[in-house]
Design a protein around this ligand. Structure first.
Ligand code: ADP
Length: 382
């Protein structure tokens, strides 16, 4: 992967891509007040926020992945897995999306296991990227087909769509980074042009290859991913994957388990981030105190002696690491569950957090499901 020749164009495109989801979020935020008594409208508006922030998170995650790959710092957590089950799981939310967009979605998966040694999160990301593109470039009334087969000792994943297709001249460069920036006949679908480049890197990191085919404009496209099959031996792990922000990849348990009520201290020097997490926790019935600085966090922790502290790491003066250190030195600070909440999700950041005395590391934006799970798991651990 190489960085863009014209960083000015790239920055303009990036700004544009970030502003796109931001506009509906801002509008939705203003509408919340207007529709607050109308539950149906309220749900629609909050869905807009959830969807658009998911788009932004995806974009930012992709950018971080590009940076990791360019610096050779991506960690694959390979395990033996059944590709068929993983694909079935990955396409499941996608079916509804297609239905809403009036696109016919079909899949053809093998009956017997198609076993590879791969990182389930990254393989799911590959499939997800290809499906998202297929969806993005296919009009209502069109179709998308996904299949997985075994061919010549390799596992093959095919994603075919009946969409706008790709011109021959564009096809040659499609896996290059920023391929779509300034490309002729560009659609209004937007995008940064990093998805396919990232996808190819992830496929190659698994020892595989990817190719694109199209008979031209309006003739649809087909992407084929080849991955080496695993040598016979150990059976595959059961699937259980969810991509979370950054590189935090514990599978998220979305079962609806109620968490026992906790005493929680939330700490962040960004007041809006703090209000959001405190509101979520209070809404779920927890007893929540807040602090906007390291010094205030230490003072509140001493008085409250909470079960859990969600602690922002990057704060001026006394930062989160220092707070964690000092709390751990107190007799009352030994059993508190300390959760680091940071924008940095690399392995080394997690290690640093654990060394500072944290029990858990969460990458921003923290997923409400993950916060919930931490509060549920606390019960199991004690
Ligand atoms: P982007 O974020 O711009 O979609 P990608 O790297 O995923 O970035 O894709 C690069 C370009 O390849 C797209 O902008 C589009 O022009 C083309 N492309 C990718 N997938 C498809 C598809 N299924 N059908 C038609 N064109 C596609």
């Amino acid at each position: 992967m190489t960085l863009p020749g014209s960083s000015g164009t790239f920055l303009a495109t990036l700004a544009h891509e970030l502003r796109n989801p931001l506009a509906p979020v801002r509008m939705a935020a203003e509408l919340l007040e207007v529709v607050k008594d109308d539950t149906t409208r309220l749900e629609q508006v909050s869905n807009v926020i959830t969807r658009q922030t998911a788009n932004m998170t995806r974009l930012i995650d992709d950018l971080l992945d590009v940076s990791r790959i360019t610096h050779g710092r991506i960690d694959l957590r390979k395990e033996r897995l059944d590709l068929g089950s993983l694909i079935a799981q990955t396409v499941s939310p996608f079916r509804d999306e297609c239905e809403r967009a009036e696109i016919t979605f079909t899949s053809e998966l093998p009956r017997s296991p198609l076993v590879i040694d791969g990182d389930p999160v990254r393989i799911a990301q590959i499939i997800d990227n290809l499906l998202n593109n297929a969806h993005k470039f296919t009009e209502p009334g069109g179709s998308i087909h996904v299949s997985a087969t075994e061919e010549d000792g390799q596992a093959l994943i095919r994603v075919r769509d009946s969409g706008i297709g790709i011109e021959r001249s564009h096809l040659e460069h499609i896996f290059e980074m920023f391929a779509q920036v300034g490309s002729p006949g560009r659609t209004t679908q937007g995008g940064l042009g990093i998805g396919l480049s990232l996808t190819r890197s992830l496929v190659e990191l698994h020892g595989g290859a990817i190719e694109a085919k199209s008979d031209g404009r309006g003739k649809g496209s087909e992407f084929t991913v080849r991955l080496p099959l695993a040598p016979p031996g150990e059976p595959p792990h059961p699937p259980g994957v969810g991509r979370t922000a950054g590189d935090d990849r514990e599978p998220v348990d979305t079962t609806d388990t109620a968490s026992p009520l906790r005493s929680v201290l939330a700490v962040d020097d960004n007041r809006d981030a703090l209000t959001a997490v405190a509101t979520l926790l209070r809404y779920n019935g927890h007893d929540v105190e807040t602090a906007e600085s390291g010094a205030e966090a230490l003072e509140k922790a001493r008085i409250q002696q909470p079960d859990v502290i969600f602690l922002d790491v990057g704060m001026p003066e006394v930062d989160g690491y220092e707070v964690a250190h000092r709390i751990r030195r107190q007799p009352w600070g030994q059993t508190i569950l300390l959760v680091a909440v940071t924008g940095w999700g690399q392995e080394k950041d997690k290690e640093e957090a654990l060394n500072a005395g944290f029990d858990v590391h969460l990458t921003k934006p923290a997923d409400p499901e993950e916060i919930h799970r931490i509060l549920v798991d606390l019960e199991r651990d004690r």
